[in-house]
Ligand binder design. Structure first.
Ligand SMILES: NC(=O)c1ccc[n+]([C@@H]2O[C@H](COP(=O)([O-])OP(=O)(O)OC[C@H]3O[C@@H](n4cnc5c(N)ncnc54)[C@H](OP(=O)(O)O)[C@@H]3O)[C@@H](O)[C@H]2O)c1
Length: 329
């Protein structure tokens, strides 16, 4: 099959839920832009935990809450690339523009998710922004979901104020490293929790205090934070509740165990929120990147065909920044 033609492209598809081995590299029909969309020639695609959770069937969720994803499907929602064609009614972008975005997230739309593990995808123009000029596509593809999650949780939902104290658990990962930087830019005092090998990295990003969770119990050394951003969660998530001051806020970014009665005793408000595609916010974040105020950490880069290796690596945990698939050399 000729993938140089306009009819087909290379993509990763999932035919059945399972381990990384179900990610298959194959020839699939190339999409075309509909009204309000552009067709993007993808140069790089970011990888997120949501991708491997979807691939595995969202087993961490109760069965009734698991999204039903039609198969076969192309995973991925973070892209950076070049506009190849514009659909009817589009005047926000032109052919040749370099763009990046979190595409169709949450992915429960009629069209499915962003389908980023591919040579091309279509995207609603509202999900995209011009790629920051000072970074390449690999770096740009690392930004959308992680940075939008950090931005929306800190500013739209927690309403972070200058002078407040924030603890970021899982501070060195994709979401965490943006939380640290955005909270510092806002004038907050930031405590970063991660394993020891990330200490220098997190201090360079500006954390005021670093805690290595492998050698310290956070709950024994910290008290009275205004905001706990818990990127780790899990069955022991409740252990960190005592560090939040009365009237403070918990944002569980990952799924965790936080008993409601304990939250009530401590007078802590819990806010569960899911990230949403937002091209306008990516433009704002892009301006900070171009101004040199936000750094992007790349944990590792794999080719599109190596997506299963990339998932294997991500699922081991302990990332410093983001994993990205290189689609165009
Ligand atoms: N609510 C939403 O809309 C939303 C959006 C995006 C992501 N998420 C979720 O948020 C979570 C984080 O996403 P991500 O992309 O940042 O993941 P990630 O890149 O895999 O980062 C997770 C980080 O946590 C650290 N970590 C692991 N165990 C830890 C522990 N016990 N204590 C402290 N740190 C620990 C890891 O490194 P070290 O162990 O080496 O420190 C790693 O740096 C995921 O569960 C993801 O599904 C939710």
């Amino acid at each position: 099959m000729e993938t140089g033609s306009t009819k087909f492209m290379k993509a990763i598809r999932i035919h059945t839920i399972g381990g990384p081995e179900v990610l298959t590299y194959e020839d699939v029909p190339r999409p075309s832009a509909e009204s309000g969309e552009v067709l993007v020639r993808i140069h790089a695609a970011g990888i997120n935990p949501a991708d491997w959770r979807g691939r595995a069937g969202y087993l961490e969720l109760p069965e009734e809450l698991r999204p039903k994803i039609p198969r076969p499907s192309i995973p991925g929602s973070d892209i950076s690339g070049i506009v190849e064609a514009v659909g009817p009614g589009v005047d926000e972008f032109s052919v040749g523009d370099a763009v990046y975005g979190l595409v169709r997230f949450p992915p429960y739309t009629e069209k499915g998710g962003g389908k980023g593990y591919a040579e091309y995808t279509t995207a609603p123009v509202t999900d995209l922004a011009l790629k920051p000029a000072t970074i390449d596509h690999i770096q740009a593809a690392a930004v959308p979901m992680a940075a939008l999650t950090a931005w929306q949780l800190l500013f739209d939902h927690a309403n972070l104020q200058s002078g407040q104290t924030v603890l970021v658990n899982g501070a060195a990962g994709g979401v965490g490293h943006f939380m640290v930087q955005f909270a510092k830019l806002k004038g907050a005092r930031v405590i970063g929790v991660a394993s020891g090998r990330h200490e220098t990295f997190l201090r360079e990003l500006g954390v005021d205090q670093f805690i290595d969770y492998t050698s310290n119990s956070v709950e024994e050394v910290i008290r009275d934070v205004d905001l706990l951003l818990d990127n780790v969660g899990g069955p022991n998530g409740y252990r960190l509740l005592d560090i939040i001051k009365r009237g403070g806020t918990l944002i569980p970014v990952n799924i965790g165990n936080y008993p409601p009665e304990r939250l009530a005793e401590l007078d802590v408000t819990r806010k569960d929120r899911q990230v949403r595609s937002n091209g306008a916010q990516l433009s704002e974040i892009g301006r900070l990147i171009d101004a040199g105020q936000v750094r992007i950490a790349i944990d590792s880069v794999f080719s599109l065909a190596e997506a299963s290796k990339a998932h294997e690596h991500g699922e081991k945990g302990h990332l410093q920044g983001k994993i990205v698939l290189r689609v165009v050399d």
